[in-house]
Design a protein around this ligand. Structure first.
Ligand code: KG4
Ligand code: ZN
Length: 344
């Protein structure tokens, strides 16, 4: 089954063709990062307008490999995300599905991230899924593609959001993740005395064993930068100290979830899953006997291949959209212990 996937939830315009949820035929991604850099973050209105400009060229690029008539279904991210941006991709998908007379499959953005490693590996269930992105930091226990239950989440900022905010403090621009990652590798987390006592990770008390908190970490960096001259050296060292604490919390909370479920299988996804320190930690976990999966770095951030992949699984489970399918911006409908589906 060949699915055309479309992703426009934030600042990437992407279209992809994926066969049977496993074989990526084409994947076209246009990033708006350069446009939003000037503003140190994504400006929703500019994002929507740029999606409008790029959606057809990106679709043409993805469809160059196969005739449009060979597409069996069209999928698009319907939420959560920026509402104006989502509407561009979802409307394009509706138009394509209508014109081709093929089913439309609306896809949850979080579920698409969670699926991304499945594009590359046969991953048995159950497992713990860590989703670490610019908008979300979530831990699920996953029993099947239709049964993912939320265990914990950030109580304030998402980890990627913290990367972006700390990058701003360090004068590094947007997006912050990749540049902090690169500089942190050359830095020393203990070199600046003030950064030696970064706040202890969010406590493991019973209500928060699987929860994350990143806004305090960002503030701790802000306080420690006061009176400090920002040089190439201090920026690298501060980046290293922040990254160490940020990644430590992701790993610690994931290990809590794994231990409490008695499982050894972890699936990591979202833009932050591309982080080199986190990937190194995953490697360490593997040598400790855990099974850890993540997509190649270029498929961790927003892309339409994961949307088309997820749509294949959803389609097998009866998910269908229509011209009345609406976009939604928030994740509010997902509550602890509830299924990931919107009305679950
Ligand atoms: O999944 P994603 O593309 O979009 C959302 O759904 O939010 O994630 C984007 C986030 C941004 O905050 C970006 O700074 C972060 O992922 N990111 C990284 C890295 N690459 C991207 N964070 C840390 N290290 C990286 N290498
Ligand atoms: Zn995303």
């Amino acid at each position: 089954m060949l699915i055309l996937g479309i992703e426009t939830s934030c600042d990437e315009t992407s279209a992809a063709l994926v066969e049977d949820g496993r074989r990526i035929v084409t994947s076209a991604v246009h990033s708006q990062a350069e446009i939003h850099k000037t503003f140190d973050g994504v400006v929703p209105e500019i994002a929507s307008r740029n999606h409008l400009e790029k959606i057809l060229p990106v679709l043409d690029e993805a469809l160059a490999a196969r005739p449009a008539g060979s597409v069996d279904a069209v999928a698009a991210t319907s939420g959560p995300g920026l509402i104006g941006s989502l509407l561009v991709g979802l409307s394009a998908a509706k138009a394509a599905a209508y014109a081709l007379d093929k089913p439309l499959i609306p896809v949850n953005h979080i579920a698409a991230h969670m699926y991304s490693p499945h594009l590359f590996y046969d991953i048995p269930f159950p497992y713990i899924s860590l989703v670490a992105s610019g908008g979300h930091t979530l831990l699920y226990r996953v029993h099947s593609h239709t049964d993912a239950r939320l265990m914990g989440s950030t109580i304030d900022d998402a980890v990627g959001e913290a990367y972006d905010k700390v990058a701003k403090l360090l004068g590094l621009g947007y997006p912050g993740g990749p540049v902090i990652d690169r500089l942190a590798r050359e830095g020393d987390a203990t070199a600046i005395p003030a950064f030696r006592d970064m706040p202890k990770i969010f406590p493991d008390n019973p209500g928060d064993r699987y929860n994350f908190s990143y806004s305090g970490l960002k503030t701790a960096v802000a306080y420690r930068l006061r009176g400090l001259e920002l040089t190439d050296r201090t920026v690298r060292d501060a980046a290293a100290a922040f990254q160490k604490a940020a990644v430590e919390m992701l790993v610690r909370k994931s290990l809590n979830a794994l231990a409490d479920c008695g499982w050894k299988r972890l699936v990591v996804s979202g833009g932050v899953a591309a982080n080199s320190a986190l990937r190194k930690e995953c490697e360490r976990l593997r040598s400790d006997g855990y099974e850890v999966y993540s997509a190649p770095a270029e498929y961790c951030g927003d892309n339409a291949a994961m949307v088309a992949g997820r749509a294949f699984a959803d389609y097998q489970n009866g998910v269908r959209g229509g011209l009345e399918t609406d976009a939604f911006s928030r994740l509010d409908f997902i509550r602890k212990g509830k299924r990931i589906t919107r009305d679950g």
